[in-house]
Design a protein around this ligand. Sequence first.
Ligand SMILES: C[S@@+](CC[C@H](N)C(=O)[O-])C[C@H]1O[C@@H](n2cnc3c(N)ncnc32)[C@H](O)[C@@H]1O
Length: 263
Amino acid sequence: MKDIQHHDERRKRSQEKMEYLASGTPIKPGMNSSALVWRMTNIITEYLAQNLRKPGSGFFGWYVTKNIFLRRNVILEENGAKLCQIEPHYNVLEVGFGPGVGLETAWKYVTGGNGKIYGVDFSDKMISLTKRRLAKQINDGKVCIQKGNVLNLPFDNDTFHRVFHCNCYYFWPDLQAGCRELYRVMRPHARMVTTIRVDSIKAITQKNILKYGQTSDHVEYMKTLEKVGFKNVSMQNVEDSGQTFQAIFADVDKRNSSSNKKT
Ligand SMILES: C[S@@+](CC[C@H](N)C(=O)[O-])C[C@H]1O[C@@H](n2cnc3c(N)ncnc32)[C@H](O)[C@@H]1O
C-alpha cells in the first residue's frame, strides 16, 4: 500500500515537472540535473523546429543549414532536379530551395539553352546565402531567386515546364492552397517532383520537431494534389549513392487554361 502511494506521488511529481518544463519556464540556478536536461531538450527541439521551417540567422539556422541542408539533404535536392528531366529550354521552379543545392543542379541542365531556373523561399537567410552561392548563375541571368511564399507566387499562370521541392510541403500554412498555387503556375503537360524521406519525416514528427508544420503525411499530400487537379500522382522509392528516399510525381493536364496572367 505504501509502495503504491509512493509510486503515485512520484508519478504526480514527474507529471507536474513535465508540465512545468513544457510551459517554457526559464532555467533557474539550482534546478536538478534531470529537469535541466529535459528543459534543454525542449529548448533545442523548439529552435530546431523553428529553423527547419524558416531558417534564421542565429546558431540553429547555421546548424540546420550546415548539417542538414548542405549535407544530409543534398541527395534529395540533386535528385529533385534530376528526376525533373529538365530540357535546355525549360522554365523550372523550386520552392523552399534552402541554400540552393537543387537550383544549382537544375541550372546545369539549362546552360546550353534559353531555359531559366527560378527559386522562391520565404527565409531572408536562405535568400542571402543562395545569392552568394549562386552569384555567377544569377549574374548570367540563368537563375532568378525571389523572396516569397508558395501560397502567393509572383508568376503568371502556365509559366513552368517543371516544378520541384524537397522537404517543404509540410511547412506550408495551407497545403491545399499551396498545391493549387503551384498548379496555377505550371504549363499544360508540366510535371512536379517532390523528394522526401518518409521514414525520417515520421521519426522527427514523433520527436515534435515538425511541430510548426501542418501535415507530414505524404498520403494526405498526394490526395491534396489530386484534389486540386494534378494527374498521375504516384510515389516511387529511389536509390542513389547507397541512400533510399521517395519521389512523388504529379502531372498537369490542363486542357482549358484560362488566362496567361496571375489572377
Ligand atoms: C526544411 S527546409 C528544406 C530546405 C531544402 N529544400 C532542403 O531540403 O535542404 C524548408 C525550406 O522551405 C522554406 N519554406 C517553408 N515554408 C515556405 C513557404 N510557405 N513559402 C516559401 N518557402 C517556404 C524555408 O524557408 C526553408 O528554406
